[in-house]
Design a protein around this ligand. Structure first.
Ligand SMILES: Cc1cc2nc3c(=O)[nH]c(=O)nc-3n(C[C@H](O)[C@H](O)[C@H](O)COP(=O)(O)OP(=O)(O)OC[C@H]3O[C@@H](n4cnc5c(N)ncnc54)[C@H](O)[C@@H]3O)c2cc1C
Length: 395
């Protein structure tokens, strides 16, 4: 049973489930693999705590005008290991140094994406890098609250709806809580991700050992999807050609609520927003080396104070928010739904993932030739760029 409002508005953040003091709400997957709340009516006492914790029905996000920066980590190792400019790591490390706790998205042992926490710098590596499936929140909000109640600092990272969920669940501003969200394209179905992983495992003949959706050894603007398997085999494909990443970028299997996201364009409710600084080559060419430049938006004094603590570790320059967001359309607008979403899901259930994706992502000869030409041009210009600047990851 779905709780309040329309199913397509539910972001699946799990705030209602975390808030229920009677264990009456569970998060259950639907046919598309997205989690939705389900009430066990025999346990429900109609206290409405769940309704108060829902970020969609309870609180509209506030309008704020952020400060914007183009930034990248001076440490190329961290930048290489991160999806963008490597800002998450130093911000999170500051909180760990205060004996705080950092929450973010990690792979579990079976490569499902889950919200987990880190208390040491070593643990932090599991939270690093973008994972392109909606993360399962589980009881992360309740754990974060317990840490705050114990007087610890908490850095909570997630999508804008997950951050809004945490804040609605807590119901008050907590001095020791830093919330960091992302400019979010939308979140793919965990079920489609699982099916894709199984397909790749079948193709390679062994279980997967490591996954990187955006490996940047070649380039940040044209990254590779890489999977390593237990038998030593490696799958590596330009993300624009990898079936899963292409389906993600074409919005084929995003959560329905992502198509009318209520957390777009308002400045959100986080203290800090992290994103890719798309278009930095045109706005601030001196900060572009195609190895990852982040866009940092600071929304609050707490965010500004934390940024000040790590500034020494970054190369950064302030820009106007309008300039910073010009090439990042999904900062302000929701992803556009595909032409016939119901038909996609019907085909997926009937024919399975690989066949469905191939049918939906057919590429004609002209596009293939254009891609090949673009790859050659990119390779040449990257070589020239690296030769001119003498930079590059020695990974
Ligand atoms: C699903 C998704 C869509 C995105 N869409 C855009 C976009 O359209 N435009 C844009 O500019 N940037 C987007 N980003 C953000 C961007 O790709 C980088 O994650 C961000 O800039 C931080 O990079 P970093 O190098 O500082 O740190 P990294 O170490 O690369 O970032 C890791 C951070 O991302 C969080 N994270 C990773 N996967 C998930 C997930 N599934 N759910 C919630 N949090 C997650 C981790 O908790 C951690 O805080 C998206 C990220 C994700 C996960």
């Amino acid at each position: 049973m779905i709780l309040y409002g329309r199913k397509e508005d539910c972001t699946g953040c799990g705030a209602c489930c975390n808030a229920c003091a009677h264990g009456a709400i569970g998060m259950k997957p639907d046919m598309e693999g997205f989690l939705y709340p389900e009430i066990d009516v025999s346990r429900c006492v109609a206290c409405k705590l769940c309704a108060m914790a829902c970020p969609v029905t309870s609180k509209p996000p506030s309008d704020r005008s952020p400060k914007a920066y183009a930034c990248r980590n001076k440490d190329d190792r961290i930048r290489y290991d991160s999806s963008s400019g490597g800002l998450f790591t130093p911000l999170a490390e500051r909180i760990l140094r205060k004996s705080g706790v950092v929450f973010g998205a990690a792979f579990d042992a079976s490569f499902n994406v889950v919200h987990d926490f880190a208390e040491t710098a070593d643990d932090l590596s599991r939270l690093r890098q973008s994972k392109y499936a909606q993360s399962r929140m589980g009881k992360a909000y309740a754990r974060a609250k317990a840490c705050l109640d114990a007087g610890r600092y908490v850095y909570f990272s997630g999508t804008p709806c997950q951050i809004a969920g945490l804040q609605a669940y807590l119901g008050k501003d907590c001095e020791r809580l830093i919330c960091q969200d992302l400019i979010c394209h939308g979140v793919p179905s965990p079920k489609v991700w699982r099916d894709y992983l199984s397909y790749r495992e079948r193709r390679s003949g062994a279980p997967v050992r490591a996954v990187q959706f955006r490996e940047k050894r070649q380039s940040w603007s044209s990254p590779s999807t890489v999977m390593r398997f237990e038998n030593g085999k490696e799958y590596r494909r330009n993300a624009r050609e990898d079936l899963f990443c292409r389906g993600f970028l074409e919005n084929l299997f995003l959560r329905p609520s992502c198509f009318s996201c209520p957390f777009k364009g308002s400045g959100g409710s986080a203290d800090i927003t992290l994103a890719d600084f798309w278009g930095v080559d045109r706005v601030l060419p001196e900060l572009f080396d195609d190895r990852g430049t982040s866009l940092l938006l600071i929304h609050s004094q707490k965010g500004a104070d934390l940024f000040d603590c790590v500034r020494e570790e970054l190369i950064c320059e302030e820009v106007s928010p309008a300039e910073a967001l010009r090439h990042n359309p999904l900062a302000l607008a929701s992803a556009r739904p595909p032409a016939a979403p119901a038909q996609f899901w019907e085909t997926y259930h009937r024919r399975g993932l690989p066949k469905t994706l191939r049918a939906y992502l057919k590429v004609g000869a002209v596009i293939r030739c254009k891609r090949l030409a673009r790859r050659v041009v990119n390779k040449i210009s990257r070589r020239q760029n690296v030769a001119a600047k003498g930079s590059g990851f020695d990974a």
